[in-house]
Design a protein around this ligand. Structure first.
Ligand code: T46
Length: 136
């Protein structure tokens, strides 16, 4: 699979702001996939890390609803590290990207919008298998 870490993008979520606060809306124009699943990570200890895998076909949009965390990305050749800390800025992760999520701040919440339902067959959980997947 040819995707690279440069295909991973921070997208701004349109936000309506007034004296009562802010309201952010993810509509279909905002992200390049139809949402089939929503899940979120919370109560994550600051010394733990999530991810440590890639997806074969899944698109995801990660939004730091609260707090901050770091997303480490690999495509088999290049790497990127992105800090998410603004609830109106999400990270679009395309298929075929290895990710590790770490350094969660206290009370942080990571919302994930996904292009498909949960399928364990879509996961590549060993880095050696990921390298092979990227070569083929
Ligand atoms: C990702 C990061 C951001 C389910 O039963 N249904 C689900 O929708 C998900 C996502 C997970 N699970 C089960 C599978 C495992 O037994 O929950 C357990 C923990 O899943 P996992 O170790 O994959 O969790 P994370 O936080 O490492 O990764 C998750 C997503 O799996 C992954 O796509 O990018 O959040």
């Amino acid at each position: 699979m040819k995707t690279s870490v440069n295909d991973v993008k921070i997208l701004e979520v349109p936000t309506v702001s007034d004296t009562r606060g802010k309201l952010a809306v993810v509509e279909k124009e905002c992200i390049p996939f139809a949402i089939k699943r929503v899940y979120y990570l919370y109560d994550v200890p600051s010394d733990s890390y999530r991810g440590g895998h890639a997806h074969k076909n899944l698109y995801q949009f990660l939004i730091p609803l609260s707090g901050s965390f770091e997303v480490h990305l690999k495509d088999g050749v290049n790497e990127r590290k992105i800090t998410l800390n603004k609830p109106n800025k999400g990270l679009l992760i395309v298929p075929g990207i290895w990710r590790e999520i770490a350094n969660f701040s206290s009370g942080s919440v990571c919302l994930v919008l996904a292009s498909n339902v949960y399928e364990e067959e879509d996961y590549i959980r060993k880095y050696k298998d990921f390298e092979l997947f990227k070569r083929t």
